[in-house]
Design a protein around this ligand. Structure first.
Ligand code: ZN
Length: 281
């Protein structure tokens, strides 16, 4: 009982071992090729996954995968959710979750290029929650029942744009095209020994920049789901970027340049490798 869901050529695929399986083909006619449909019916995926044959449709090649959640209705992100990161940012720890939004145009795949739009483009490795049901007013104790899975994310941020207005308005500086790589797969929480305590790292050009465990979040996963759902109804596929630990470029004045390689790894979820490229033209 568990699943790993990805997309390839705009079709939902299940990832098992070293192979991928087309969901529509293996779903006994119950699933369309649309990954959003699969996320909405994530409870049924466990059974399909358990019944996959030994021989896959094709090899697992992370570079061939698309965006694992291609069309979320909403993308929330949390600022200053690790204590040391709040300190390096010179900002006070917020009394409630600091929630902002990223727009869906920023989504990219696990090996997509990150376009460097400005001189203060920064990395932020994050655990991303993929909501699995239409729900609001979710009690913290029931939050995990509404989560389809987890994935890796980068909340790439152009700092000058993020702080261009006063008071700052984070959304646009974090929503340039390609500023939201996620993936490689949506991993169901039951695949993980402890989904609320995962090792998360971010390397830039092979140098370790961020290294934490996700149990160090100030507002944990149940609290975030409960808080946001007291305001907005979640839809299946909605994403929550849960915040980044210390070690972003902002602290040391080091930012991403074309040619840099950002590697984001979360225990049990996989690795994203994103190359930075210059703005076209
Ligand atoms: Zn962030």
């Amino acid at each position: 009982m568990a699943f790993r869901l990805a997309t390839k050529d705009d079709r939902a695929v299940l990832v098992s071992g070293e192979g991928i399986y087309d969901l529509e083909r293996h779903g006994s006619g119950r699933f369309s090729p649309d990954a959003m449909d699969a996320i909405a019916r994530h409870r049924e995926l466990h059974e399909v996954y358990a019944g996959l044959p030994a021989v896959a449709d094709g090899p697992y090649d992370v570079e061939a995968l698309g965006i694992c959640v291609p069309r979320p209705q909403k993308i929330f992100a949390i600022g200053l959710n690790y204590r040391a990161h709040a300190e390096e940012s010179g900002m006070e720890i917020p009394p409630n979750p600091l929630v902002f939004c990223k727009f869906a145009n920023c989504l990219a795949g696990a090996t997509s290029d990150i376009v460097v739009y400005g001189p203060t483009t920064d990395w932020e490795a994050e655990l991303v929650l993929v909501m699995g049901s239409r729900a609001r007013d979710i009690p913290a104790g029931e939050a995990w029942d509404h989560i389809a899975g987890l994935t890796c994310g980068q909340d790439v941020s152009e700092r000058a744009t993020q702080f261009a207005s006063k008071p700052p308005h984070f959304d646009l500086g974090k929503s340039f095209d390609t500023f939201g790589p996620i993936g490689p797969c949506v991993v169901s929480p039951d695949q993980l020994e402890d989904p609320s305590n995962l090792h998360l790292t971010c390397d830039v050009n092979g140098e370790r920049r961020q290294d934490t465990r996700t149990d160090d979040l100030i507002f944990g996963i149940p609290e975030l789901v409960s808080y946001i759902s007291s305001i907005c109804t979640f839809e299946p596929g909605d994403l929550i970027f849960t915040g980044t630990p210390s070690g972003v470029g902002f602290g040391s004045g080091t930012f991403l340049q074309p040619g840099d390689v950002v590697t984001t790894t979360i225990e049990g979820l996989g690795t994203m490798t994103n190359h930075c490229v210059a703005k076209p033209g």
